[in-house]
Ligand binder design. Structure first.
Ligand code: G3H
Length: 195
């Protein structure tokens, strides 16, 4: 059985400020997580030859992967965070105050709501299809370093969760979700490396 390790990037400067989207670097806490993750991955996948590290094209995932050495790294645009369109760079408070109709529409149907000039969760789920096909095809373990909305969708696929639940699944920072696909189904372990 080969594991798939799912993790969000280490805390970013936008996470600290509560802004969505953007392409900031990681904070000091995020850098500490990157080191702990590298340690974990190097121990966990030591004897695995065909392992690879997949990131998005955004700085925060690339920086989170950077202390990991000895495995090939691949950047996927399909692993980039949900595109918040005109709301990119705003806080949820900003959206509530300046675009109340958008805020309410999203609250009502978070799965289908599409940010103006951006994406919906359904859009994200659709663009992940080639990633999932490639993940299924891999012979070795894969570490996927991505973003909350994307990981909700990937996790739901492997854990067989209903579509409607996807936008609400908890994917905390600084935690690795290990998925094992064996003959008896899918097994899951979580490793919280720091707060
Ligand atoms: O920046 C986007 C967030 O990671 C997604 O969170 O879909 O719960 O607003 P949300």
């Amino acid at each position: 059985p080969r594991p798939i390790l799912l993790t969000r990037h280490g805390e970013s400067l936008d996470n600290v400020r509560g802004r969505i989207g953007g392409d900031t670097v990681i904070s000091d806490a995020g850098e500490l997580y990157a080191k702990k993750l590298a340690n974990f991955v190097e121990k966990r996948l030591k004897s695995e030859r065909a392992a690879s590290i997949w990131t998005s094209t955004l700085q925060r995932t690339i920086l989170t992967a950077s202390p990991i050495v000895g495995f090939p790294k691949i950047q996927w645009r399909a692993l980039d965070e949900i595109n918040a369109g005109v709301c990119d760079g705003m806080t949820y408070e900003d959206i509530k105050k300046n675009m109340p109709e958008e805020y309410e529409a999203r609250k009502k149907d978070k799965l289908r709501y599409r940010y103006p000039r951006g994406e919906s969760y359904l859009d994200v789920i659709q663009r992940l299809e080639p990633v999932i096909i490639e993940l299924e095809r891999q012979r070795g373990p894969v570490v996927v370093i991505s973003h909350q909305a994307v990981l909700r969708a990937l996790y739901a696929y492997f854990a067989d969760r209903p579509l409607q639940e996807i936008p609400h699944i908890e994917v905390p920072l600084h935690t690795i979700i290990e998925i094992q696909m064996g003959v008896s189904g899918v097994q899951e372990k979580r490793y919280k490396l720091m707060d």
